[in-house]
Ligand binder design. Structure first.
Ligand SMILES: N[C@@H](CCC(=O)N[C@@H](CS)C(=O)NCC(=O)O)C(=O)O
Length: 210
């Protein structure tokens, strides 16, 4: 398998399936396309029909879009446990991932992932609303699955891949979750996401990018 990704410092959508592949211990080749360049569309075109990264190339099949790639991997490798076995936990993990994949436009637009950045941002009301919702979502699921592990629904799942870039944004833009309703669980969850060995490998590679 080959995973086509963008720059590690910026490409949140690439980070998600990359984390999933690493977490499951899959062997795959990374193909990196430099984003934000004049030649970027021409470089992506032969690799991804949507003109966007990530894309997973598995023999003669190309799957584009981060969530479809994660679902494809979960289907192809059912023993990897990429979604929880429990029906309720799986439904909730999927709902959280889908909400991230399609939502929070204000946070995404105002606070793009930049792993090297540390600042204190003045957020707009719309972004503050996004942050409050994320804190609520994380707090509710952590309360429900607290006894089952440190991740969103206990054990690590695709949902955690979806929220790892969000945790980096909170860190980069100096967003204190306690200002948005967190009583501790959301902050601890964000720390757990940033502490996984897989994310640390990605982050180190991002730091080395020019
Ligand atoms: N919904 C898509 C979004 C993919 C996306 O927007 N990728 C960006 C990079 S993170 C991209 O390829 N942009 C093309 C460009 O910068 O020219 C997914 O989940 O994969």
């Amino acid at each position: 398998m080959r995973l086509v990704i963008g720059n590690k410092n910026w490409s949140t959508w690439s980070l998600r399936p990359w984390l999933v592949l690493k977490r499951m211990g899959a062997s795959f080749e990374e193909v990196t396309v430099q984003l934000r360049r004049e030649e970027t569309p021409a470089d992506i075109a032969p690799l991804s029909p949507s003109g966007k990264v990530p894309a997973l190339i598995d023999d003669d099949l190309t799957i584009w879009d981060s969530l479809a790639i994660c679902e494809y991997l979960a289907d192809k490798f059912p023993k990897a446990g990429l979604w929880p076995a429990d029906l309720a936990a799986r439904g909730l993990a999927r709902a959280a991932s889908a909400e991230m994949h399609s939502g929070f436009p204000s946070l995404r637009g105002e606070c793009p992932m930049d792993l090297k950045l540390r600042t204190k941002a003045d957020l707009t009301e719309a972004t503050m609303t996004d942050v409050r919702r994320i804190v609520r979502l994380w707090s509710d699921l952590r309360a429900r699955f607290e006894g089952q592990g440190p991740f969103l629904v206990g054990q690590w799942s695709i949902a955690d891949a979806y929220f790892t870039p969000v945790a980096t944004r909170f860190r980069s833009y100096g967003i204190a979750l306690s200002d948005y309703g967190d009583t501790g669980a959301a902050g601890r969850y964000a720390e757990a996401l940033l502490a996984t060995p897989e994310f640390r490998v990605w982050e180190e590679a991002a730091r080395a990018e020019p």
